[in-house]
Design a binder for this molecule. Structure first.
Ligand code: NAD
Length: 312
């Protein structure tokens, strides 16, 4: 299986290293020139659970892809949500009729973007509990372990999705074939839609958010809107279970952690994935006639903060 990882940031690098280590033919595509230059010059460098690892992988910019001769059986998408459509527009030349796309991005509604580039039965969606961080161009820090849950978006995609599970098993990525990945995607989006946006706006970590008197109300109201919209997509989200799942992080060992949206926006002044988290609930709510005032306000506040900070 020829694999192209599109988006060689923290997560793309993690998956590329694992798959390359298991013997797969892996190519990277990235839109950040400094990252491309660093990986070409010194290889992809990772601190993998304290061990320094270097892998020399081919890497192309989207502009180079047309002349690259790259062809992919599987494209693993690991851009940020807000970069996904633009990136796939540029990499059209490597998408042929047998190419499958796996999307493990946080958030909801990525299938609406990807369906413009591949048929539904060539689309595989999922979530991952692996984590990763970039410390600079060509450098990533990869700690701990994780899992992947995935499922074909349309029934005909099942055989290839099962092949991906087998490939990921070989790479030690702990994959699981899911019977209802859509539920898992929405459940995880509820975590991001509460912790990410609130911590970014309040400039606090998860534990600090949990200590505020408003935290429980915020969480419950936001999750209730996710659930009301999800009903129209055939999902019956268990609001109490999801609330307890999110609230458990307030006192867990990740309580001191600043969620990725906080890091992206407040620390690194980057644009956020808000339009595919709370913003997606607002868009879908408008479509189904469901009011989503909390998610709408959060989305607009994050966009306002992006402007004030000059996020790019
Ligand atoms: P990332 O920011 O590390 O990388 C995404 C893209 O942004 C890459 O193309 C990268 O080259 C580029 N980029 C990174 N820093 C940049 C900079 N300073 N300037 C210009 N470009 C830059 O993103 P990620 O953390 O790998 O996340 C990818 C997807 O996976 C997201 O949807 C995220 O929500 C999801 N996810 C992340 C984690 C995690 O622990 N990082 C865990 C689960 C899911």
């Amino acid at each position: 299986m020829k694999i192209t990882v599109v988006g060689a940031g923290g997560m793309g690098s993690r998956f590329a290293l694992a798959l390359h280590g298991a013997g797969f033919d892996v190519t990277l595509v990235d839109g950040w020139q400094a990252n491309i230059d660093a990986i070409r010059k010194d290889g992809l460098q990772a601190e993998l659970n304290g061990e320094h690892v270097v892998a020399h992988l081919p890497i192309y910019s989207p502009q180079e892809i047309d002349q690259s001769g790259v062809s992919a059986d599987l494209i693993v998408a690991f851009t940020k949500s807000n970069q996904l459509g633009g990136m796939f527009e540029q990499i059209r030349p490597i998408i042929h009729k047998d190419t499958y796309v796996l999307c493990l991005l946080n958030g909801i509604g990525h299938e609406d973007v990807l369906e413009r580039f591949v048929p539904k039965d060539h689309l595989i969606l999922g979530i991952t509990m692996w984590t990763a961080g970039m410390t600079g161009p060509g450098h990533v820090v990869l700690n701990g372990s994780g899992e992947v849950e995935l499922q074909n978006f349309a029934p005909a995609g099942e055989p290839f999705a099962l092949d991906v599970v087998t490939a990921f098993e070989k790479a030690g990525l702990n994959p699981k074939y899911s019977q209802n990945v859509k539920y898992s995607i929405w459940r995880k989006a509820c975590v991001n839609g509460t912790l990410n946006s609130l911590c970014a706006l309040l400039d606090c970590n998860i534990g600090e958010l949990g200590k505020t008197a408003q935290a429980e109300t915020f969480l419950r109201e936001i999750i209730a809107e996710f659930a009301a919209v999800a009903t129209h997509e055939g999902l019956d989200l268990d609001q109490e279970e999801i609330y307890q799942h999110v609230a458990a992080t307030f006192t867990a060992n990740i309580a001191g952690h600043y969620p990725s949206m906080h890091q992206d926006l407040v620390v690194n002044h980057r644009l956020t994935e808000i339009d595919f988290i709370n913003g997606a609930v607002v868009r879908k709510g408008e479509k189904y006639g469901v009011a989503t005032p909390h998610n709408a306000l959060l989305t607009q506040l994050i966009h306002a903060k992006e402007q004030l900070i000059g996020a790019k």
